[in-house]
Design a protein around this ligand. Structure first.
Ligand code: ARG
Length: 460
């Protein structure tokens, strides 16, 4: 049998393999509610512009409402023979209201229809991800406020660098996720134009009102070029790019949690809720959730790459290649959502070992910069010279396998005779962090102020 929807020119239906490669219903069923919203707006506009009888538009709209109920109830039967979500819904509409259903597709094509549906879906998804990001920021900022003064080692090259506070470290991620939210918002503002009415590629000869459907669907305006409207997937690429950057932030935090939770670091432990055991090694508490977040960045970046490659070299306007925009996107944004939820839970439960962190903050001569700064401030030495003196003192202490603060005043004076007892105050890790009061610095009072600022912003 030839296809009901486009079969006029065809004597026979597609072969089995053709049907399998062609069908998208296995994944684009996710666009069902967006498809119905778009069709309802289209039908209302067709009635308003007198392209469609009002009674027909009403019958179509009622039928679509019924289909929405069936889909939500799970009783809607999706059929692969009907190829995609658009045809599945139209076929069901025909069953429900008869041939009038065929009038819905006036002045429209599946090309603008799918572009519309996917924009609506991406827009909804961005809004949901934004809420999740905000919840994660709040979990981080709350923990940061609590630990504004908890000292831990700060690293560069994963070598002890200077002491910082745990709160400061957590707030670094709050900043990253703030940028992700801003990027999502920016992508959303650009995608918020309606492609509906571009029809197949060239627009339509019917006197449609594209501004009306745009407004009804919450868009700022209709898209201005019909070819671009059906060929463009920038809104997907942008969203996946933002998702990929966000996934990298999550992955970096996940990696830190994996490190912190090792007995070697011992900086923090995960709750039972976010740990798993080993079937053979009874002592194990594995940070599986963090590891999976780290790994899922791979598939999210993969989805972005895949679509970039699909788009590359596609001539205008629509080609079926564009159907390949969906599966990876659904998968990637679902993965991101899951990662955000898991990370929020993990951050909330994360229990730092403050003693251990503080002790570690003193390892590796992390206050050598404080010593150099003291020499500059107190003895008015040029920083380079102070750096050299501090370095020599570190070498002497290291030779004796002891901390800087364990050197005697005499040992210090052998290197720089003007050093006084007062130097010992800056060699402690608490003094070190307390002194870093420059804007954006790690001093507890700065961290407290930033955490409070974030919590206030996040409440709004
Ligand atoms: N399932 C198709 C897609 O996702 C819908 C558009 C089909 N258009 C066409 N001319 N075959 O891209």
């Amino acid at each position: 049998m030839s296809n009901k929807m486009w079969g006029g020119r065809f004597a026979r239906g597609p072969g089995a393999i053709m049907e399998e490669i062609n069908a998208s219903i296995g994944f684009d069923f996710r666009l069902a509610l967006q498809d119905i919203a778009g069709s309802k707006a289209h039908a209302a506009m067709l009635a308003e512009t007198l392209i469609l009888e009002r009674a027909d538009a009403q019958a179509i709209s009622n039928g679509l409402d019924e289909i929405a109920r069936e889909i939500e109830a799970g009783s809607f039967k999706f059929s692969r023979a009907l190829e995609d979500i658009h045809m599945n819904i139209e076929a069901r509409l025909t069953e429900l209201i008869g041939p009038t259903a065929g009038r819905l597709h006036t002045a429209r094509s599946r090309n603008d229809q799918v572009a519309l549906d996917f924009r609506l879906w991406i827009r909804d998804t961005i809004d949901a991800l934004d809420q999740q990001l905000r919840a994660l920021q709040r979990a981080l900022a709350e923990k940061a406020l609590k630990h504004a003064a908890s000292v831990m080692p700060g690293f560069t090259h994963l070598q002890p660098a200077q002491p910082v506070t745990f709160g400061h470290h957590l707030l670094a991620y709050v900043e990253m996720f703030a940028r992700d939210r801003a990027r999502f918002a920016s992508a959303r503002s650009r995608l918020n134009e309606s492609p509906l009415g571009a029809a197949a590629l060239a627009g339509t000869s019917f006197p449609i009102d594209r501004a009306m459907t745009a407004k009804a669907l919450g868009f700022d305006r209709p898209t201005a070029n019909s070819l671009d409207s059906v060929a463009d997937r920038d809104f997907v690429l942008e969203t996946l790019s933002v998702a990929a950057i966000c996934a990298i932030h999550l992955s970096r935090l996940a990696e830190e949690i994996v490190l912190w939770a090792t007995p070697q670091f011992g900086f923090a432990s995960l709750s039972d809720a976010f740990s798993t055991g080993s079937s053979i090694m009874p002592q194990k508490r594995n940070p599986d959730a963090a590891e999976l977040i780290r790994a899922k960045a791979g598939r999210i970046i993969g989805a972005l790459n895949a679509l970039l490659i699909v788009m590359k070299g596609l001539p205008l306007a629509y080609s079926k290649d564009l159907q390949e925009d969906k599966e990876g996107t659904f998968d990637a944004l679902h993965a991101l959502s899951l990662c955000l939820a898991a990370m929020t839970g993990m951050v909330g439960d994360l229990a730092p070992d403050l003693k251990r962190m503080k002790a570690a903050a003193g390892f590796g001569y992390a206050t050598a910069t404080d010593l150099a700064d003291w020499l500059v401030r107190t003895l008015n030495l040029p920083f380079r010279e102070a750096h050299h003196i501090s370095g020599r003192l570190v070498a002497i202490a290291a030779e004796q396998k002891k901390g800087l603060e364990k050197l005697s005043l005499a040992e210090m004076r052998a290197v720089e005779p003007r050093i006084s007892e007062a130097v010992f105050a800056v060699l402690g890790v608490e003094n070190s962090v307390g002194s870093r009061t420059s804007f954006g610095g790690t001093a507890p009072k700065c961290v407290r102020a930033q955490a409070r600022l974030w919590l206030r912003r996040l409440k709004k």
